[in-house]
Ligand binder design. Structure first.
Ligand code: ZN
Length: 159
């Protein structure tokens, strides 16, 4: 357990200090903004989608280590995935952190993203970790508004 905790801290620290894909995507086809007023995290997620496949992902923003690391790891994970796969990842990530209705998360599917399971012990931080995913969903749905952690729904309506 302590080993897992160390890995979790190491990965999160690494990604928060050196965020991957921290750039504006020139060829972005989708852009969305997310805001977590409880912590002050603000992010913009850029997606380059061709057909049904996410070709490239970038992000900009500022916030705490958890939100930055979560966004960084999400962008790494999404490249080459289809919209349906992204939806599946969102659901499993969300289940892992909130376990709403006792839903199970597929940790094999989540891969390295499973390090965020430790965050579920800190309810305030759950919103920091899920912010990029809600922002992603808004981007895929093409909603132009800024999404806020205080108005998220857990339903995914993107086709
Ligand atoms: Zn935060």
């Amino acid at each position: 357990m302590s080993e897992l905790r160390e890995l979790y801290q190491e990965l999160i620290l690494d990604h928060s200090k050196k965020p991957r894909n921290f750039r504006v995507l020139e060829k972005a086809t989708h852009k969305s903004e997310g805001y977590n007023p409880l912590c002050g995290d603000r992010i913009t997620v850029y997606l380059q989608i061709e057909g049904d496949t996410i070709r490239d992902v970038g992000f900009q923003g500022s916030g705490c280590a958890i939100s930055k690391a979560s966004t960084s790891m999400m962008t790494d994970h999404l490249k080459g995935k289809t919209k349906t796969e992204a939806q599946k990842l969102f659901k499993n990530f969300h289940n892992m952190l909130t376990a709403e209705g006792g839903a199970e998360a597929d940790k094999d599917l989540l891969g390295k993203l499973a390090v965020f399971s430790g965050v579920s012990e800190f309810p305030v931080r759950v919103k920091c970790a899920t912010l990029p995913w809600h922002t992603l969903r808004a981007g895929l749905e093409g909603s132009a508004q800024t999404v806020s952690t205080e108005s998220f729904s857990t339903e995914w309506t993107a086709g």
